[in-house]
Ligand binder design. Structure first.
Ligand code: ADP
Ligand code: MG
Length: 610
């Protein structure tokens, strides 16, 4: 360095030192008590005078005075700014700069004001006042960050961003609040958030907030909030606890409030629709099962009843295959795998809980249940239908057989009469083989008997319907049978509730019925007994005729077979009497029923009265 410059510098330094020493007493208090670091530098940047705050803020000690320079505190990158700063100070400028210095491993932000020290019109040094702005800087940075987050969050106008204290008082409300709740943020600030929550939901919402505070975790709640116009909207709120950076205590809660009214309404609608569907299904006269694959998800009461269960749970524990008869497993699993809806009802056999079988027809339609695609299976009990079908088929067969038999009987009887006549003629002339003739005759008689009974089953159009007094017909039959009965020690009593009961009937056919029944009763009482015939009014336009006997009765297991053609328990019986009688009564639009026990039998006939 040039020796003249060194000399000049020393000269200036002395000037500065003298100046500082002379001036200090004038502002000593301000200097010493200043919260900011106040210092004087020589033209090389050496600290020549420092106040106590310098130690705290800049981290320099009194014993370093004259040794340490300002530029030593500054990172290398900033050095050029320091020299620039000095240079301008030498030119007499007052400046203000921010510096970042390293102090004991920490970064400290300083705001430094520099002013030149002028003695005899010459700059001899620099006064510096340094403020520690670290906290301020950090706060600003944090604020900026928060502002950015806020901006980010509030830009989405679908949500309201709210900051509340731990009791729910609004500390901040985003502008979107106006759009959603109708309030301007300033109308709500310091109000309590829960004052706007529907009273039904308040408890739950408060609990949710408290959970968030006590657990320190995010939480979610759905409740109704009142808008300025008084209308409630459904909102979903996400609570986020905010902690104090120093103590780590939760001090505030940020909530993101979203209007979900529309979603809620559509959810409600879905629920309502599901309820209606459920009601419909629940009260359906058909059994209904909702099944997902082989799993039974739902069954209605009709279904529970059909399957002989007491509770729904008993069925829900089963799989679809458990209730389908094994014979139908193949077809059922094929249908399930196809996944297609059936267009028509298909006949199945199901197994009830007690193991019995039930005939049904089923149809499966795809539907949605609790958000899952399921099969809505309609099940109809067709046991009754099958029964009537069988019955219909039977009675049809019977009447065809009856008509056929009647026809045959008619055709066979005529030649039989001729044969019988000639046989008698031959017998009287031949006088040999008498036993043969006896056998032939008895067999012919039997054929004749069967034919007589069958002949009664003439076609309905051949019948001769006339108005007849029922009592007259019965008394006529009784007179016919009485001698026979008395011989067998049997008493026949008649009882008429009223007189002159007129019936439109074929008299001979009805007589045939009554003879058949009385004959059966007599045959059931080989040791004698009593027969009672009762004629009673039945409703407005019907009459009930009861034939009661004190005979041996019909064993229960045989009762079902009585009336089937040729079913008889008698050695010489034809097993046609009851069948023919029933047919005749039905041709007269009446009904016939049999009750029997070991003490006797009751035959009930009901006929329409004119
Ligand atoms: P049949 O009299 O020729 O046997 P029916 O059709 O008249 O044929 O009767 C059929 C069967 O019904 C009889 O064999 C008998 O076993 C039973 N039955 C009918 N009526 C009576 C009755 N009153 N008491 C006991 N059994 C009866
Ligand atoms: Mg008989």
């Amino acid at each position: 360095m040039d020796s003249s410059i060194v000399a000049l510098k020393r000269e200036k330094r002395i000037l500065l030192e003298n100046y500082l020493n002379e001036n200090l007493p004038r502002y000593e208090t301000t200097f010493m008590e200043n919260e900011d670091a106040v210092y004087a530098l020589d033209l090389d940047g050496h600290f020549l005078q420092i106040n106590p705050a310098c130690e705290k803020i800049l981290g320099i000690q009194v014993d370093q005075i004259g040794e340490i320079t300002f530029q030593k505190l500054v990172p290398v990158d900033d050095l050029h700014r320091v020299f620039q700063n000095f240079h301008e100070a030498f030119e007499g400028k007052v400046q203000n700069h921010d510096y970042k210095i390293a102090k004991g491993g920490h970064q400290v932000y300083l705001n430094v004001t520099t002013l030149p020290i002028v003695v005899n019109d010459e700059v001899v040094g620099i006064y510096g006042i340094a403020k520690d702005i670290t906290a301020l800087k950090e706060r600003n940075a944090k604020n900026r960050k928060e502002q950015e987050i806020h901006k980010l969050l509030t830009e989405n106008s679908l949500d309201i961003i709210v900051k509340t204290d731990l009791d729910g008082h609004f500390l901040y409300i985003s502008p979107s609040c106006e759009q959603i709740l109708g309030y301007k943020p300033e109308e709500l600030i310091t109000q309590n958030k829960f004052s706007y929550v529907h009273y039904h939901d308040k408890k739950r919402a408060i609990k949710n907030l408290n959970d968030v505070i006590s657990k320190g975790e995010n939480g979610r709640a759905t409740f109704r909030m009142k808008k300025k116009d008084g209308i409630y909207i459904w909102v979903e709120t996400l609570f986020k606890p905010v902690r104090d950076p120093d103590s780590d205590d939760i001090i505030e809660v940020i909530s993101v409030i979203r209007d979900i009214t529309e979603r809620k309404i559509s959810e409600d609608e879905v629920r309502k629709r599901e309820e209606t569907y459920r009601n419909l299904v629940e009260n359906s006269p058909d059994a209904v099962i909702l099944a997902s694959g082989n799993e039974i998800m739902f069954i209605n009461d009709t279904g529970v009843h059909l399957l002989g269960a007491c509770t729904k749970e008993a069925i829900l524990q089963k799989s679809l295959m458990d209730i389908i008869h094994p014979d139908f497993h193949d077809i059922a699993s094929k249908r399930i795998n196809m996944g297609k809806d059936s267009q028509e009802f298909v006949e199945y056999k199901l197994i009830r809980l007690d193991g019995s079988e039930v005939d049904v027809e089923m149809k499966g339609i795809t539907t949605i249940y609790q958000n899952h695609p399921v099969k809505h299976i309609i099940i109809r009990d067709i046991t009754e239908r099958k029964k009537t079908q069988e019955l219909l088929l039977n009675s049809e067969k019977l009447s065809v057989a009856g008509q056929l038999a009647a026809g045959i009987a008619h055709e066979v009887r005529n030649p039989l009469t001729a044969i019988k006549g000639f046989l008698q003629l031959m017998q009287s002339e031949l006088n040999t083989h008498t036993t043969y003739f006896d056998i032939i005759e008895s067999e012919m008689n039997r054929i004749e008997l069967i034919l007589t009974e069958l002949l009664v089953l003439s076609k309905p159009q051949d019948l001769k319907f006339e108005m007849k007094d029922i009592a007259v017909i019965i008394e006529h039959v009784k007179a016919l049978i009485d001698t026979n009965a008395i011989m067998k020690n049997i008493v026949i009593n008649t009882y008429y509730e009223c007189e002159n009961l007129m019936i439109r009937c074929d008299e001979n056919q009805l007589k045939q019925v009554f003879i058949n029944l009385l004959k059966n009763s007599i045959e059931a009482m080989p040791d004698g007994g009593k027969i009672t015939i009762e004629v009673i009014n039945h409703g407005k336009d019907k009459v009930k005729i009861l034939f009661k006997d004190t005979g041996s009765g019909i064993p229960k297991e045989l009762l079902k077979k009585i009336g089937q053609p040729f079913f008889t328990t008698k050695e010489n019986g034809t097993g046609l009497g009851i069948m023919v009688s029933k047919q005749i009564i039905e041709n007269h639009h009446g009904t016939m029923h049999i009750w029997s026990d070991p003490h006797g039998t009751i035959i009930e006939i009901i006929l329409p009265v004119k």
